[in-house]
Design a protein around this ligand. Structure first.
Ligand SMILES: [Zn+2]
Length: 353
């Protein structure tokens, strides 16, 4: 079937209600002001709108004829471990009689994480390099404020600067992890973007994901546009994997009948959803992720994954930490393009505008 541009395909009825987020206007909000999947009707595990677009002839061509894309992302909530993580790690090391791990954490702690950092971004990039993949790191640049406070004590942009600049030189992406209070405040996002870029050697942050996945329609999209970002990748449910507006294709959000000047790359899978909200075992989560990936593959879409940098620590996160490699092997065997948000953005623009 001939390729049809997304903008020429009309959505109506239920599809429009899902795509435009109309179905969640009346939904209650949780204590962080977020809409949860459990309060919105429909099957969130299926990209229903993308399926309809696919049936109507929309096709995506991925580089090298790949079947679909996997967009790998990491929200850097911790630059290094907070004290209570150190305590948990030492307890875990003792209960396993793992003297080596205990010594490493001790060395890290006394050297202020310069000699050993269990949450280092480098270890993440090294894993990805083994799969010829890159990813996006979303980094906080928020002045101390409500609910970010407990993080700020363990967050130092200067500490991360050397690592971030090296990752950028090697082809990884660095974006902004928008502050808890900044998700619909363009001035705050402009300030944070400038703070982040002040430690990045001439590099401009193209995209943003909001802390706690805080997102309000349409103010978050408008704030992201006003702040000068090229894309947002916040749209997701915190309590369920899947597709908040039925889309696994990137798209230009529509606000008051206008396609605004950013691309949304919807998020489908977040690590903390599985243990924090769904109380799943790693094996069950992997089954669910594989199902969702198959649904994305069917329509040649994008599966965006959020795996926090701290989840890579095996001592604290065990099977969840090892699952990342397992996912990458699986996606690669299915013919996916494993890449970062900016590469998706640039590819999308060159084909679809
Ligand atoms: Zn966060």
């Amino acid at each position: 079937m001939r390729n049809v541009p997304l903008s020429r395909i009309c959505l109506d009825g239920e599809s429009w209600r899902v795509f435009s987020l109309e179905r969640e206007v009346e939904a209650p909000r949780d204590e962080h002001g977020r809409v949860l999947a459990r309060d919105v009707d429909g099957n969130h595990l299926i990209p229903t709108v993308s399926e309809e677009l696919y049936e109507k002839g929309f096709r995506v061509e991925w580089p090298g004829g790949r079947r679909f894309a996997v967009c790998l992302t990491h929200d850097v909530d911790w630059a290094y471990p907070p004290l209570w993580h150190v305590k948990k790690a030492l307890e875990a090391a003792c209960s396993r009689h793992d003297l080596g791990a205990a010594l490493l954490w001790g060395l890290g702690s006394v050297s202020k994480w310069h000699l050993y950092n269990p949450y280092s971004l480098r270890q993440v990039a090294e894993i990805e390099a083994g799969y010829s993949a890159t990813s996006s790191f979303f980094v906080k640049a928020t002045p101390r404020e409500l609910l970010d406070e407990r993080y700020e004590r363990y967050y130092d942009l200067e500490f991360l600067a050397g690592e971030l600049n090296r990752l950028i030189r090697e082809g990884w992406e660095v974006g902004l992890h928008g502050g808890y209070l900044s998700y619909n405040n363009p001035e705050a996002l402009i300030r944070e973007k400038a703070i982040l870029e002040s430690v990045l050697e001439g590099y401009k942050a193209a995209g943003v994901r909001m802390h706690y996945l805080r997102f309000t329609y349409p103010s978050t999209w408008l704030a992201v546009e006003t702040a000068g970002f090229k894309y947002d990748t916040t749209l997701a449910f915190p309590d369920s994997p899947g597709f908040r507006n039925g889309m696994c294709y990137p798209f230009r959000p529509v606000v008051d009948g206008r396609e605004i000047g950013i691309l949304e790359i919807p998020l489908a899978v977040m690590d903390t959803t599985f243990w924090g909200y769904m109380r799943l075992q790693p094996q069950e989560a992997f089954g669910l992720i594989s199902k969702i990936a198959a649904a994305v593959e069917k329509v040649g879409g994008v599966l965006t994954i959020l795996w926090h940098n701290n989840t890579f620590n095996e001592l604290l996160y065990g099977e969840w930490s090892r699952m990342y490699r397992r996912m990458l092997s699986h996606f690669k065997s299915r013919g996916a393009w494993l890449t970062d948000c900016l590469s998706i953005y640039e590819h999308w623009l060159s084909f679809y505008g």
